[in-house]
Design a protein around this ligand. Structure first.
Ligand code: MGP
Ligand code: SAH
Length: 229
């Protein structure tokens, strides 16, 4: 698949936003952040609605990938490829899984824009079905949080993660790799995140990183490790 070159969008035109994405003005606030999401946005990046509000901003994805340098990484919910692309640059191999075939097509296109598509094994499938066949050094979990409404609760709980709760997800991840990274809402219940480390015996070490872009907190990343990742 070839990354299509797109003509530059006129700045601030909602009409262009709709035309570019075929989605509502709901995504316009994310479109205004487009270069934070993908610095190469203008070179042919393609998104869908869920991709807009879920993609990991590039600066954060780079930091996460730096922690996985040289490792075999399974990106279990790869979306439009925000994380996959950065893993592909630094890791020894990357498996990128998404249940939505459109997302995989968009991620492949976006990986081409960054010149790393040939460094990724893209899989269309349900992570929970594929899990028994997966092995790696690091499992990266960036699952759906239930849409942009996630921040309407004061404390985001593990059972709000989709399509399965965080404890189930984490236990499955433990069967795949000794190191697990979770990208989570900034309002997540940190006591529950700590509980996850105790699902392994001996418990995994945990480091919480607060992720900021342009001085605004976007999310947290939890690094679980049997050793330093
Ligand atoms: P946001 O809170 O919707 O945006 O998402 P923003 O710009 O911080 O909104 P504001 O109104 O508070 O200013 C912040 C970041 O969280 C996004 O850029 C995504 O990286 C991430 N994110 C958001 N959602 C809804 C999801 C999700 O469902 N899954 C994953 N994996 N990441 C998400
Ligand atoms: N980190 C990604 C965003 C992931 S959003 C990025 O930076 O682009 C979460 C993704 O999980 C969505 O694309 C959704 O299609 C996918 N997903 C939902 N359920 C899934 C499942 N059971 N198995 C694999 N992917 C799933």
């Amino acid at each position: 698949m070839k990354a299509k070159k797109r003509s530059r969008l006129k700045k601030g035109k909602k009409l262009s936003i709709k035309k570019e994405n075929g989605t509502s003005a709901k995504i316009s606030k994310y479109w205004f952040q487009r270069y934070d999401l993908f610095s190469r946005y203008d070179l042919g990046i393609e998104m869908d609605e869920e991709g807009w509000y879920s993609v990991t901003p590039e600066e954060i994805a780079i930091k996460q990938a730096e922690r996985c340098r040289g490792q075999v990484v399974i990106d279990c919910f790869s979306g439009v490829g925000g994380n996959t692309i950065q893993f592909a640059k630094l890791c020894s191999s990357v498996v990128a899984i998404d249940i939505d075939p459109v997302k995989v097509e968009l991620a492949m296109n976006n990986a081409l824009v960054y010149g790393v598509a040939n460094r990724v094994d893209f899989l269309i499938g349900d992570f929970f079905h594929l899990a028994p066949s997966l092995k790696g050094d690091v499992v990266f979990l960036s699952p759906p949080w239930g849409g942009p409404m996630y921040k309407e609760v004061e404390s985001y709980k593990m059972d709000m993660l989709q399509p399965r709760d965080g404890y189930t997800l984490f236990k499955i991840a433990l069967s795949i790799a000794p190191n697990i990274i979770m990208f989570l809402p900034r309002n997540v219940d940190l006591a529950q995140v700590e509980e996850l480390a105790w699902l392994s015996s001996p418990p995994l070490t945990l480091e919480i990183e607060e992720n900021f872009v342009g001085g605004r907190m976007k999310a947290i990343t939890a690094y679980f490790s049997c050793n330093a990742v």
